[in-house]
Design a binder for this molecule. Structure first.
Ligand SMILES: [Zn+2]
Ligand SMILES: [Zn+2]
Length: 148
């Protein structure tokens, strides 16, 4: 997943050098102002910045554990330098989070078998394809024969 940002067509090395020099003079030059910093380089830089500024998170905000390795996770994968956009997560929660399993999950009760399912879809009514099929089978039968 290497993303190499490309400079625009009319890019001249001298422009950037000049820009860097003037920024360096003002004491503003840092990774924030590097115009060609891509997203792949973004996470580790931002992560270092977070730890330096706020320390490591003390508690996993998902499962509540306070020991073990807990790291910052970005809420929207935009890696902005804003603490509001990060939460502390333990390694196992972080893994789930990165797998996109850990987002807003809704507990939904299957209207057929009553099983509780965790789903991202708040309008979900069934736990499985089987129950979906069973439901419509029953509805059709009810329509046809007036009984299940
Ligand atoms: Zn956790
Ligand atoms: Zn079901």
């Amino acid at each position: 997943m290497q993303y190499e940002p490309q400079p625009p067509k009319d890019f001249k090395v001298t422009d950037v050098t000049r820009q860097k020099m003037s920024l360096a003079k003002k004491g503003k030059f840092g990774c924030e102002t590097n115009p060609w910093k891509g997203e792949s380089a973004g996470y580790s830089a931002v992560h270092r910045w977070l730890v330096k500024r706020y320390g490591s998170p003390k508690k996993c905000e998902h499962c509540g554990r306070e020991n073990g390795r807990i790291s910052w996770a970005n809420k929207n994968h935009q890696y902005k330098r804003n603490i509001e956009e990060y939460i502390g997560l333990c390694m196992s929660c972080h893994k789930k989070y990165d797998n996109k399993l850990f987002r807003k999950l809704h507990n939904k009760k299957c209207i057929v078998c009553g099983k509780i399912v965790k789903t991202l879809d708040r309008n979900r009514k069934y736990c499985s394809i089987k129950c979906t099929g069973l439901y419509w089978y029953k509805v059709n039968k009810l329509k046809k024969y007036g009984t299940v």
